[in-house]
Design a protein around this ligand. Structure first.
Ligand code: 2AM
Length: 178
């Protein structure tokens, strides 16, 4: 079985800007540089034939390159407790269109539809029960903005859960073409 997801990989200058945000919350488990990505579709565990179908079907997506930027930080919470810190893209119609094309392909090969609303974000940190307050961090980075970059490809990733966290390995890249 392969645990898969489809994502964008921000370019190095954007990753550097994200790394600069990774301080100031006690106990936060900051992501490593090689973990940084923006998920378009979490697929989860699939067997090898389905993984192959997905890899091939993603290659059939026709979408032009587009510009996007990250603007703003925030957090996810569960039961009133923050669980993750993230940076999010500014509203970006081409990103939404690409996400919908990926979703359509996933359903065409037989995956269950993703019913959760698409909430594009780049996870920066996981927060355990004992993490410190995040209000200062949120206020400090409220005006975070990366400047835009061109998205020229998306990737299929494999996720491996290790004791120390998740390892994300690209298994295929798909070029966006006009
Ligand atoms: P997250 O960063 O907000 O946790 C690989 O796990 C990627 O898929 C991560 O970006 C993760 O989002 C996302 N993802 C979405 N739904 C998921 C789920 N149910 N389980 C694990 N990861 C999920």
């Amino acid at each position: 079985m392969n645990r898969l997801f489809v994502a964008l990989r921000p370019p190095a200058p954007v990753r550097d800007a994200l790394l600069d945000l990774m301080d100031g919350v006690e106990g936060a488990r900051w992501q490593d540089e090689d973990q940084l990505h923006l998920t378009l579709r979490f697929v989860g565990e699939v067997d090898a034939p389905l993984a192959n179908d997905l890899a091939a079907a993603l290659g059939g997506i026709n979408s032009p390159p587009f510009e996007t930027e990250l603007a703003g930080v925030g957090y996810f919470q569960r039961k009133g407790r923050p669980t993750a810190l993230w940076a999010r893209p500014a509203p970006c119609a081409p990103l939404d269109i690409l996400q919908r094309k990926v979703e359509r392909v996933c359903q065409q090969i037989g995956l269950e539809p993703e019913h959760r609303k698409f909430t594009p974000h780049v996870t920066l940190a996981r927060l355990g029960r004992h993490a410190g307050p995040i209000n200062g961090w949120l206020a400090e980075h409220g005006t975070f903005r990366t400047g835009s970059w061109q998205v020229g490809e998306f990737r299929l990733y494999e996720s491996t859960l290790n004791a120390g966290g998740s390892q994300y390995d690209p298994v295929a890249s798909y070029r966006l073409q006009a």
